[in-house]
Design a protein around this ligand. Structure first.
Ligand SMILES: Nc1ncnc2c1ncn2[C@@H]1O[C@H](COP(=O)(O)OP(=O)(O)O)[C@@H](O)[C@H]1O
Ligand code: SF4
Ligand SMILES: [Mg+2]
Length: 367
């Protein structure tokens, strides 16, 4: 993925100037999936998949969202595209509250907000031809493209690098990377303003991943799109994100512009995610890199740890971390973090008693 570079946040496409304010604004967003018990389906608890998050998506930018599996990234994506009904909080699109819009109310918004899914095969109907799949959004919205439907679908196929002559083929006749391109063509059919891509390349061979990420990047420049790209791995989004939100157990724990996050990460979880990224440069193998490996899995979102949710896995944890949830604060311009003892920033709770055994929470390996 080395050939993609995007650190110049000033280069925002034309759509950026349409109107003031962010394209999407999320406040206190929450999704609790109820757990029911017995014949009466009494509610016995809830999976706190997304548990109060705030962020904006600016016009023309790419916001990367990362975190281990189970942190609530997909749920967040489905909430902001309104495929799921939030339990609490608000979602505003172009200043309009869309939090509880029903199917009918969302119909006009469906043109503007589109989603690309992880599994390019599962999300394409195997019995439909590519032509039918890519033309579906036009039919659903009752839109007749200029020059006719077939010509428009063929134009979209070439836009995403597919042969327009393959209009009548079925999904199984394509490779994984090509199928993801079909998914992208379908998502872009109606010229959306916001595209939420949930792990768009995770199911693809590593050799194909860069091509698809590059395609998304090119299309963004060309069409002035705004992206939210979800990944479990920092390496995938590093070069395409203007800003990055790091999620842990239903919360955003760090939100910063690309340069700040990679240059001076503040949250211990982010540091751990970064050191888990293998170093691709063979010359650096064998050099002492001091990688931090987190032990164990993400705890259950049914009963998340008290205080800072990361305290059960954090090597810097002190007493306060077990009782007080650290608020997400801007400790530097454009760099927010939720931690009592951040890296690369002043300690927010100096002198607090270390938690016994906290230092053993991670394995440090030097390669
Ligand atoms: N429909 C659902 N019902 C109950 N729990 C769910 C549902 N969807 C997701 N979850 C749970 O919510 C948590 C977050 O899941 P998800 O948003 O898929 O995380 P990620 O995409 O980061 O892996 C997980 O514990 C998952 O099991
Ligand atoms: S608040 Fe405490 S437990 Fe949480 S990340 Fe910071 S140091 Fe670790
Ligand atoms: Mg997911």
């Amino acid at each position: 993925m080395s050939e993609i570079k995007k650190t110049d946040t000033a280069a925002v496409p034309a759509q950026a100037t349409d109107s003031p304010g962010p394209l999407l604004k999320v406040t206190g967003l929450t999704k609790h999936f109820p757990i029911t018990k017995g014949l009466l389906r009494r509610q016995a608890g809830a999976v706190k998949a997304v548990d109060g998050i705030d962020f904006d998506v600016r016009r023309g930018e790419t916001l990367g969202v990362v975190g281990e599996s189970g942190c609530g990234k997909s749920t967040m994506g489905r909430l902001i595209t309104r495929l799921l009904e939030p339990t609490g909080g608000t979602v505003e699109f172009e200043g309009k509250d869309i939090t509880h819009l029903g199917v009918a109310g969302m119909r006009p918004m469906r043109r503007d907000i589109q989603m690309i899914f992880q599994d390019p095969y599962g999300s394409l109907n195997p019995r439909h031809t590519v032509g039918t799949i890519v033309s579906a959004p036009f039919k659903l919205q009752g839109v007749e493209p200029e020059g006719g439907l077939k010509a428009e679908v063929q134009r979209l196929l070439s836009l995403v690098g597919l042969n327009p002559e393959h209009y009548n083929r079925y999904p199984h006749e394509f490779s994984g990377g090509q199928r993801q391109r079909i998914g992208i063509a379908r998502a872009l059919a109606l010229k959306p303003k916001l595209v939420v891509a949930d792990e768009p390349v995770s199911a693809l061979d590593v050799s194909i991943q860069a091509q698809v990420v590059n395609l998304l990047d090119d299309l963004q420049q060309e069409l002035g799109l705004t992206y939210v790209i979800i990944a479990h791995d920092l390496s995938v989004i590093r070069h395409v994100s203007d800003r990055i939100a790091v999620m842990y157990l239903g919360k955003i724990v760090e939100l910063a512009d690309n340069k700040s996050l990679y240059g001076a990460p503040m949250h211990p979880y982010t540091t751990a995610l970064m050191s888990a990224v293998p170093v691709p440069d063979p010359r650096r193998r064998g050099a002492k890199s001091g990688r931090i490996l987190l032990k164990g899995d993400v705890p259950s979102p049914i009963s998340p740890p008290s205080g800072c949710r990361f305290h059960t896995r954090c090597w810097k944890a002190t007493q306060i971390c077990t009782t007080q949830e650290p608020p997400l604060l801007a400790l530097k311009t454009g760099h927010e973090v939720a931690c009592h003892h951040p890296e690369n920033a002043p300690d927010q709770a100096p002198g607090d008693q270390p938690l016994p055994g906290a230092a053993d929470a991670v394995v440090t390996v030097s390669e």
